[in-house]
Write a protein that binds this ligand. Sequence first.
Ligand SMILES: Cc1cc2nc3c(=O)[nH]c(=O)nc-3n(C[C@H](O)[C@H](O)[C@H](O)COP(=O)(O)OP(=O)(O)OC[C@H]3O[C@@H](n4cnc5c(N)ncnc54)[C@H](O)[C@@H]3O)c2cc1C
Length: 234
Amino acid sequence: MRVTFDHSQAEAGNIWTFFFKPAKPIQYTAGQYIELTIDHDQPDDRGDHRWFTLSSSPNESLLSITTKFAAKDGSSFKTALKQLVSGTEVVMSDPMGDFVLPKLVQTPLIFVAGGIGITPFHSIFSWLAETHETRPIRFIYGVNNEDEIIFQTTMAKAGVHATIVVSQPTDAWGGERGKITAELVLGLQPPTDDSLIYISGPEAMVMSLAKDLRKSGIERRQIVSDEFTGYSAL
Ligand SMILES: Cc1cc2nc3c(=O)[nH]c(=O)nc-3n(C[C@H](O)[C@H](O)[C@H](O)COP(=O)(O)OP(=O)(O)OC[C@H]3O[C@@H](n4cnc5c(N)ncnc54)[C@H](O)[C@@H]3O)c2cc1C
């Protein structure tokens, strides 16, 4: 489908949200992703399309994606995205994916986001806040530094218990420090047999955490993962 770029919004430092207007309302479930194609001059060898999780809630009329811009060696795709002007049409696929809330509302949920991997959780938290649905969620969010923390208002609106873990904090940071490890996750929120652990973020981070959780005894059926390919690091 063709969607029209509406506007963008800075979230923090080099993280931006881009809003698109669909020609007619589309249905999706919070946590799903789309493929976005931006036709642009001289695309580099990374090409003219990318996958992005929708950071918007299905209740909103505009669709949004939220992304991080590289300090150096950014792609031609991201440059074209940043240069979009209001009213430009781009191509978006139908939403897809199963990184969505389980049907059973009482399922204990542990959500883990690595950096920009917060996007599906933002969609889910927004949807929960709008629909006044409550779920037993423990949210663990890892960032490199305090400047990269986004979407705190939405976490608060959804009443989510969040722990933010900063790997390179300033001296002023009073919260958790370091990287998100299996020990940290299991220590903060010991899972029960029916808990599900959702992990979203750069591919390497998601795969290594999932592997370590499995080594710590968490069953495969309890891990739901969303790997963002294309990021070399957090
Ligand atoms: C299911 C799914 C959902 C996703 N959801 C999101 C989302 O919500 N938000 C989001 O931001 N991304 C998301 N992604 C990742 C997204 O599709 C891009 O891969 C990512 O944003 C990187 O974009 P880019 O390739 O334009 O690189 P940039 O953002 O421009 O650069 C990313 C990093 O790659 C390095 N790099 C340099 N050269 C190369 C190269 N040749 N190949 C690869 N990397 C290189 C850069 O130095 C930089 O550190 C998702 C991916 C998947 C599969």
